[in-house]
Design a protein around this ligand. Structure first.
Ligand code: ZN
Length: 137
C-alpha cells in the first residue's frame, strides 16, 4: 500500500499514524506492530529470555573475541599517539577519532545484538501474531 497515513497494529488492533510504527533496519519497511506493542513485547521477551539473551551475547563475544581484540590492538598500535592525545583531551571536544570510536562502539553493540533480533525476526514474534480479524475497514 502506498501513501497510507495510518496503519492498524496487528497486536493491539488500533489504527495509528505511520510514525508509530518503527522502520525495520533490515528491510527498510515499517513494522506491523506499533511502537507501544513492540516495546511491550521486547520487554517481556527480554525478561523471559534473560538467560538466553545473555548467553547469545556471551557466545557472540566469544566467537568474535579474537577479531575484536585484534582490531582494537591494531588500532591502538597504529594510533598510539592519537590514543594518548585522545585520552588527554577526550571530553574537551568531539574529535574525528572520538566520533569514529563512538561509531565503532555502537556498531559493535548492534552486532552483538544481531542474534537477538534475528531470533525475534525468525518467528518468535509469532507469539503475538494474531490474525487481524475485522481490523480492516
Ligand atoms: Zn499496537
Amino acid at each position: 500500500m502506498q501513501g497510507e497515513a495510518t496503519r492498524i497494529c496487528r497486536v493491539c488492533g488500533e489504527e495509528k499514524p505511520l510514525d508509530e510504527f518503527r522502520i525495520r533496519g533490515d528491510s527498510g519497511r515499517r513494522r506491523t506492530e506499533c511502537k507501544n506493542c513492540l516495546s511491550k513485547y521486547l520487554k517481556k521477551y527480554r525478561s523471559n529470555n534473560k538467560q538466553r539473551i545473555s548467553d547469545l551475547n556471551r557466545r557472540w563475544r566469544n566467537e568474535h573475541k579474537d577479531e575484536l581484540s585484534e582490531y582494537q590492538l591494531n588500532w591502538q598500535r597504529n594510533n598510539r599517539e592519537k590514543c594518548r592525545a585522545y585520552n588527554k583531551k577526550s571530553i574537551q571536544n568531539m574529535t574525528e577519532e572520538r566520533k569514529a570510536k563512538a561509531n565503532l562502539r555502537s556498531k559493535k553493540y548492534c552486532e552483538a545484538r544481531k542474534d537477538d533480533f534475528n531470533y525475534i525476526k525468525k518467528g518468535e514474534l509469532g507469539v503475538v501474531n494474531r490474525p487481524s480479524v475485522g481490523a480492516r475497514k
